[in-house]
Ligand binder design. Structure first.
Ligand SMILES: [Zn+2]
Length: 441
């Protein structure tokens, strides 16, 4: 199947550029970019006058397992701090997940992500009552909706050694699956899934567990995906039990590399930030989650140019996350502006490009065809120079009209390729089951 997308303006984020251009899409790639391209035999032509085409947005840190948490029963008592938020809310929810509800969480999360224009998700999964095989279930759900994802399982000692071992095995199984799938894939049907080594957070990981994670990273040349210093608790724990900073501890265990994602970093010391930056990691900032959990504001201006944006499970609307990131910097009088947040969204695409070894941010000839079509009507001119201001004050996921991943429409003219009505209905049934199980934990 080949498409010719005509008469739209093609937007790239870094450097900001808007250019009228036609795109010919074939076999998952942009094969030609130019003006007034003629249709080849077999091209399906889509006329898109006045529309914008952007490279697909990427969420650098999320938890699809929390997609059925929306409106769930309140915890037995109101959490009074971050540790209690984990214990009373998230660690009860993830333990209540079974085979069926893992699948429907991932389906619901992926449907929402697609509608918001997110084509690639870096997911951090936990389901301690059903660990082995869980990433396979998440993968199948992602494939059903048609998105691209980088998966991992959160290794942790919070449930004891047996659960820790299963968590490690699950990462190993996924990374092995990806390696085999890549060896067998064809150019026209590549696998849209990659793996990382997942780990919950320093305060729930023993030295031994960190060593095992580091070993997996080495064997598979993979990055670590871990929460760091989300709350002060993580920092105090590393300091009191190990006499180390959180990142210093990861470095000591050889668990940092240039593919690593450190989520939050809210309470990182300058020394820890320096160690992380020297290792070339990515810092995933999640402003809405940080505000919601009242854990404080990350020192984003100190993260250098390796910042990416995540949602931490609050959907995957990267327009909304970028808006909040921008307004938070304004409120806190931090010296990052609209241009910086546009660049951060481009960093997300760079992160995904590195993970998949293909260009997911350029929409040039030979780029991978992950793109979104926006019906963005502005009362003011849109230019290369003011694109960032349109991002923070105008653009939103409500403008997303079509979503393409690897040359295939996931959403076309606001219609999903899958039967979304049925899938949402089945997700609602699964959520009721999940919520009733939750009451027993
Ligand atoms: Zn998280």
């Amino acid at each position: 199947m080949s498409y010719l997308l005509k008469q739209a303006s093609v937007v790239t984020l870094d450097p900001p550029a808007i250019e009228p251009a036609d795109l010919r899409i074939e076999a998952g790639r942009v094969v030609e970019r130019g003006t007034n391209l003629d249709a080849n035999e077999g091209d399906e032509v889509l006329d898109l006058p006045g529309k914008l085409i952007l490279p697909g947005l990427v969420c650098a840190h999320t938890h699809l397992y929390s997609a059925l948490a929306r409106g769930m029963p309140t915890p037995p008592r109101t959490p009074s701090n971050f540790k209690e938020i984990l214990e009373l809310v998230w660690w009860r929810l993830d333990r209540a997940l079974d085979e069926e509800t893992i699948y429907w969480s991932a389906i619901a999360g992926a449907l929402d992500a697609a509608r918001a224009g997110a084509t690639c998700l870096f997911d951090h999964h936990a389901s301690p009552s059903h660990i082995l095989g869980s990433l396979n279930i998440v993968r199948e759900a992602i494939e059903e909706v048609g998105l691209r994802a980088v998966l991992c399982y959160e290794v942790t000692d919070r449930g004891g050694t047996q659960e820790r071992e299963k968590g490690l095995d699950e990462n190993l199984a996924l990374l092995s699956w990806v390696r085999d799938a890549q060896a067998q894939e064809s150019a026209t049907a590549p696998t849209l899934v990659r793996g990382m080594v997942g780990a919950h957070a320093s305060f729930t990981l023993s030295d031994e567990s960190l060593d095992y994670c580091a070993e997996l990273m080495k064997v598979f040349d993979a990055g670590l995906h871990i929460h760091v210093a989300e709350d002060r608790w993580d920092v105090l724990d590393a300091r009191s039990r190990y006499k180390l900073g959180v990142v210093e501890r990861l470095a000591k265990h050889d668990a940092l590399n240039g593919r690593t994602i450190l989520a939050h970093g809210t309470h990182l010391s300058d020394e820890d930030i320096q160690i992380a930056r020297s290792a070339g990691v990515w810092f995933a900032h999640n402003p809405r989650s940080n505000m919601n959990n009242q854990v404080g504001y990350a020192p984003v201006a100190k993260f250098g140019n390796r910042i990416v944006l995540g949602t931490d499970g609050i959907g995957a609307d990267m327009f909304e996350e970028a808006h909040c990131a921008f307004f938070k910097t304004r409120d806190a009088k931090v010296s990052l502006g609209a241009d910086d947040w546009l660049r951060v969204l481009a960093n997300n695409q760079r992160l995904a490009s590195e993970a998949f070894g293909s260009d997911l941010r350029g929409l040039r000839a030979r780029s991978t065809a992950d793109l979104i079509v926006l019906d963005y009507q502005s009362p003011t001119p849109l230019t290369d120079e003011n694109l960032a201001w349109h991002l923070v004050f105008g653009m939103s996921s409500a403008s997303v009209e079509s979503v393409m991943v690897n040359g295939r429409f996931v959403i076309r003219n606001r219609q999903y390729a899958v039967d979304d009505q049925t899938l949402y209905a089945r997700a609602r049934v699964a959520s009721e089951k999940l919520w009733s199980r939750l009451r027993t934990f």
